[in-house]
Design a binder for this molecule. Sequence first.
Ligand SMILES: Nc1nc2c(ncn2[C@@H]2O[C@H](COP(=O)(O)OP(=O)(O)O)[C@@H](O)[C@H]2O)c(=O)[nH]1
Ligand SMILES: [Mg+2]
Length: 203
Amino acid sequence: MGLFTIIRKNRQKEKEMRILFLGLDNAGKTTILKKLNGEDISGISPTLGFNIKTFVHRNYTLNIWDVGGQRTLRPYWRNYFEQTDALVWVVDSSDRMRMQDCREELHSLLLEDRLAGASLLIFANKQDLQGSLTSAEIRNALGLLSIKSHHWKILPCSAVTGENLVEGLDWVVDDVARRLYYSTAIGDTAPHPTFKPATISVS
Ligand SMILES: Nc1nc2c(ncn2[C@@H]2O[C@H](COP(=O)(O)OP(=O)(O)O)[C@@H](O)[C@H]2O)c(=O)[nH]1
Ligand SMILES: [Mg+2]
């Protein structure tokens, strides 16, 4: 039995996933996680270090790392890359002024060796705010179509209304499960009939 098989079998037993939530400060990372966890989302203060949330979602234990996104904290992001199965990049869709900054930070993350292979979900958050960019506009502003190194998806969402939050988590779990646990994942949920391993989808 090769090392890779042993590692995969071990992970199959544990059925854990490590998910990293990153994005510029004020994007709504902490609010999304609190909303998903059924917590009060009023009066959330900026994340200066990190929070870890553990969810059990469809038989998988998701260890989610929510790391502060202020410019001064971004150099520390790399401390969290190890063994990341999925990166969730959260965007404040109403923050037109910082789209370029957001694009550069995302693309530089995608060059990181330790994030190679991680699934990438982009949450175009704050869709409840009037004047927010649509997910198609965010896709263009962030240059997502040029991403060939990661399997990615963009979803419009709102941490306030809850729109698409669970759907996003579902996509992450499906995408990671197919890679890590492909033999057992099919037993947990029916595979999407239209799924192709290299599909890039835009909603
Ligand atoms: N209207 C609206 N406000 C949001 C949404 N998500 C987060 N916020 C607000 O944006 C601010 C920053 O949210 P926070 O979760 O701290 O962002 P983080 O720095 O990415 O963790 C807070 O005032 C939140 O109430 C959303 O979907 N819609
Ligand atoms: Mg935060």
